[in-house]
Write a protein that binds this ligand. Sequence first.
Ligand SMILES: NC(=O)c1ccc[n+]([C@@H]2O[C@H](COP(=O)([O-])OP(=O)(O)OC[C@H]3O[C@@H](n4cnc5c(N)ncnc54)[C@H](OP(=O)(O)O)[C@@H]3O)[C@@H](O)[C@H]2O)c1
Length: 411
Amino acid sequence: MPVEPGTVLDPAGAAVRGMIAAVQAEHPDRFLLLDVEPGADPGAGLTAGAAQAVVRSGRVLTPRLVAVAEAGPAARPLDPAGSVLIVGGTGRTGSRVARHLATRHGVRRLVLAGRRGPDTPGASTLVDELAVLGVTTTVVACDVSDPDAVRGLLAGIPAEHPLTGVVHAAGMADRTPLEELDPDRLGAVLDARSESLRHLAELTVDRDLALIAVLTTTGGLTGPADRAATGAADGLALAAATRWGARAPMVASDDDAGLSALSAAIDTAERFPVPGRPGRWGAPAPGRPVPPLLRGLVRPRRRSAYRAAAGVEPADRWTELLRSQVGAEREKTVADLVRAQLVQVLGLSPDEPVEPDRGFFEVGLDSLMALDLTRRLNSHAGTSLTPASVFNHPTQAALTRHLLDRLAPSE
Ligand SMILES: NC(=O)c1ccc[n+]([C@@H]2O[C@H](COP(=O)([O-])OP(=O)(O)OC[C@H]3O[C@@H](n4cnc5c(N)ncnc54)[C@H](OP(=O)(O)O)[C@@H]3O)[C@@H](O)[C@H]2O)c1
């Protein structure tokens, strides 16, 4: 679902999407996530060949990551005299966020909330550590699933250091494999986030906040496995963020780049940043398809040697050859042409051909490449295919069949 400004996500739908995205990372190639508007034909989404697709007004949309514009409009700066509340600030993620806000964003007043508050093991060490960084930290015992407790928490923030930002990092970390996930566990993981988000959103509505960030995980993006419940809770969090006007950066578990998305949410107008450095991801090895989400950022590597159409005769000889063939021999010649041109368009190695029944869009083809593929096929076979042929016949086997039908029969 495209999350444009003003879009409010349906919480149940967002939870299902988040859960299936995480399950897809856990079990690649076994689940298809198709979001079809009522009354629309799901067929278009199915033939897109992508693991995730949305069908809206007859258009098939597939998710892509794009780079955060480095010089994009800046977000409102955090007032250094203000307080930032980290809900779940005593937890693993929350304490990383606290250090990051201090060292990277100059925050000098922190309020860390958790049910156990100062009794949380390690809380006093964290306060001392933050003090060395010049931060005055208050640790508060507060159950944020209780609206009265949230009221009390907000009321306790001193007027001379008014609330300037809220980071939601509370929840239940979960690593239950999909096969073992039951409704009780799923419900508990969802409740741990949904209630607190609802209360915080309602009770801060009249506050003038420079930052509201609801942290989500990278489970639905890159795995790792066993994050089905967390993925569902992330979906709910995303829906809550769209209602609350919050940002929802994804936080990864590695310390290096893991919190870069939080910084992007603070420094830029980007609402849903994910961590990672596209420059570092690089292209996959020649012959490997680019993962679908990264196709807007990473191009497959091309080897100049692959530019020669592997194993395909020049156009005039190919046409002559085809004229002399019938049946299976003819089918093979056309299949070889489709494969060779696809391999070139994708920049893959001829040694690692794409499986004939694998969806084109699943292996990295985008709409420009579809155009390139049709041009190449037309110039070789003398046909007049349009890119729609590629969308409507999105595997080598299907496109071969279609091309055979369009070529004048030789028998
Ligand atoms: N680990 C990661 O890399 C990562 C990355 C991104 C997002 N996340 C998400 O962040 C959340 C926390 O994960 P974590 O690994 O940091 O777990 P954690 O170490 O168990 O921390 C959870 C924190 O939330 C607090 N909390 C839970 N329920 C609360 C409630 N009702 N009221 C107030 N505070 C509450 C906990 O304090 P008390 O127990 O004292 O209440 C604790 O401070 C999870 O939803 C997780 O999916 C994790």
